[in-house]
Design a protein around this ligand. Structure first.
Ligand code: BTN
Length: 243
């Protein structure tokens, strides 16, 4: 593992992406910044960074020619790793909101952005970006966001959170190819937010409906039991859970 610390950068994911095009990067190259100025979120969103309180880092991971059909395994592993790292730090009620938002007591404390480089039917490498709200004191514009400080009342060392979460994520990533797929999926599902509980969703046409999360399919789609008892599979952009 190689850790690069940068005082300020637009996006740690973009930094690794550019570097990977210029030079062959060592597996598990990690870049962390003290100030991320143009953080990227999922689906083109921006990711807010609060200097001194937020943590932003990205991992370059060789995926040993993981087939594209298994690309969701990287997301499983990273989400499980962050969950385990936060458990070790004593954060209460950590869960995974499909596909990979990490919640503490129902509020988002960490966002994950996985960007894969594909080649001839397999994943060449993944760039895994992790943003954690550590000591942020408030989120006036984001009522569903929280921080480790707000969920525990404890002020955390950014370095300690970085070390614990990074180690946990790297350990999980090492299992991606070796693990029994069904058992690993079950583990991910056991951490899923609101699994088995009737919840409110919005479909792609912004129509509200009730459903119950049953789990995920082998390719990472969300399985939701509808009111007529049929189970439907949803892709990322097709469904939104209303908290
Ligand atoms: C989300 O929308 O939930 C994903 C947020 C991912 C943010 C992290 S911070 C480190 C890395 N660099 C980025 O530009 N984004 C990710």
């Amino acid at each position: 593992m190689k850790i690069i610390k940068i005082s300020a950068i637009g996006s740690t994911n973009d930094y690794l992406k550019k570097q990977a095009k210029i030079i062959p990067l060592e597996d598990e190259t990690v870049v962390q910044t003290l100030h991320q100025t143009q953080g990227k979120g999922q689906m083109g969103a921006t990711w807010h960074f609060d200097i001194g309180n937020s943590l932003a880092f990205s991992i370059f991971k060789q995926t040993n020619e993981l087939p594209i059909s298994k690309q969701f395994w990287v997301n499983f592993a990273v989400s499980i790793g962050v969950k385990k790292g936060l458990d070790l730090l004593g954060i209460p009620k950590v869960s995974i909101k499909w596909p990979n938002d990490i919640l503490a007591d129902g509020k988002k404390v960490c966002g994950i952005l996985v960007e894969n480089q594909f080649q001839k039917g397999h994943i060449e490498h993944s760039i895994i970006g992790i943003g954690i709200n550590v000591n942020n004191a408030s989120f006036p514009e984001f009522p569903q966001a929280s921080s480790l400080l707000l969920s525990t009342g404890i002020h955390f060392s950014l370095d300690e959170v970085f070390d614990k979460v990074l180690q946990a994520v790297l350990s999980e990533l090492q299992l991606v190819k070796a693990t029994n797929a069904e058992a690993y999926k079950k583990q991910y599902e056991s951490y899923l937010y609101k699994i088995g509980i009737v919840s409110t969703f919005e479909d792609i046409e912004r129509k509200m409906f009730y459903g119950t999360i049953q789990g995920v399919s082998n390719n990472g789609m969300l399985l939701v039991k509808l009111q007529d008892t049929t189970v439907k599979e949803y892709r990322l952009k097709e469904i939104k859970m209303l908290y």
